[in-house]
Design a protein around this ligand. Structure first.
Ligand code: SF4
Ligand code: SF4
Length: 228
């Protein structure tokens, strides 16, 4: 999932200070799971903004809604009419969601209330951890299911850098060395021979931005329908 965290309150307040009608829009998918931009967080931010405005004697209308996904047009369109009653959207979706909301509701200004952090997993309750850098050419099969690009601070694909100490990374002693993890996993899998293989340099051209994925089968089916 995409993991995000709410921006500092003062930064949000500063960005919306010139607007009189603010519509806070939450997202019910990834950022809801990581407790950054779901319905509950929308409610908390709305209350905090109302209180702050009251203390400063400012008359600002705050609206709230949470849609299933901000990265999907079909969920944004139904709130388009309601959005017209406001001066600005304060989006609590990830960066992709903010951009699609801005595109669908153009020319309405859309301000991000979150910082989008990474693609990750739930490590334990309240803790999320990065696992994938969306490189566009997944290498996990050769590394025991541990991503050298993301989990190694240097993104090394052919073994450790030599700075690893007692299983920890030289870039941060709080983090495990990815190559120790990879070694241990491959050992358990009986695939330690993989460690001796020399892999070609990572082809980062597959990570060219902005990327696009086209589902051929879906397109063909759609074309077939159109031709009928
Ligand atoms: S190899 Fe690439 S796609 Fe696979 S987990 Fe790592 S960054 Fe993600
Ligand atoms: S210590 Fe391990 S994880 Fe850290 S940069 Fe070196 S090889 Fe990568």
């Amino acid at each position: 999932m995409i993991v995000g965290e709410r921006k500092p309150f003062d930064e949000i307040k500063e960005k919306i200070k010139d607007y009189k009608k603010v519509f806070i829009l939450g997202c019910g998918t990834c950022v809801s799971v990581c407790m950054a931009g779901g319905e509950k967080e929308v409610g908390l931010l709305a209350s905090k903004l109302r209180m702050a405005n009251q203390l400063e004697d400012k008359n600002v209308e705050i609206g709230e809604a949470t849609i299933e996904r901000q990265c999907d047009r079909e969920y944004i369109e139904p709130i388009a009419e309601k959005a017209k009653d406001y001066d600005v959207i304060l989006s609590m979706g990830c960066g992709a969601g903010v951009q699609l909301v801005a595109e669908v509701l153009e020319p309405m200004p859309v301000i991000p209330a979150l910082n989008t952090c990474f693609i990750g997993i739930t490590q334990e309750e309240g803790i999320w951890a990065e696992r994938c850098s969306a490189c566009g050419n997944c290498l996990l099969a050769d590394y025991g299911g541990i991503c050298p690009i993301t989990m190694c601070a240097k993104g090394l694909v052919n073994g450790p850098c030599g700075g690893s100490t007692e299983g920890k990374c030289e870039a941060s002693t709080e983090k495990d060395c990815a190559w120790v993890l990879i070694y241990n996993r491959l050992k358990k899998q009986g695939k330690l021979d993989n460690i001796r293989k020399i892999f070609p340099p990572k082809d980062y051209s597959t990570q060219a931005h902005p990327a696009q994925y086209v589902q051929e089968a879906y397109l063909k089916a759609k074309m077939g329908e159109t031709n009928e």
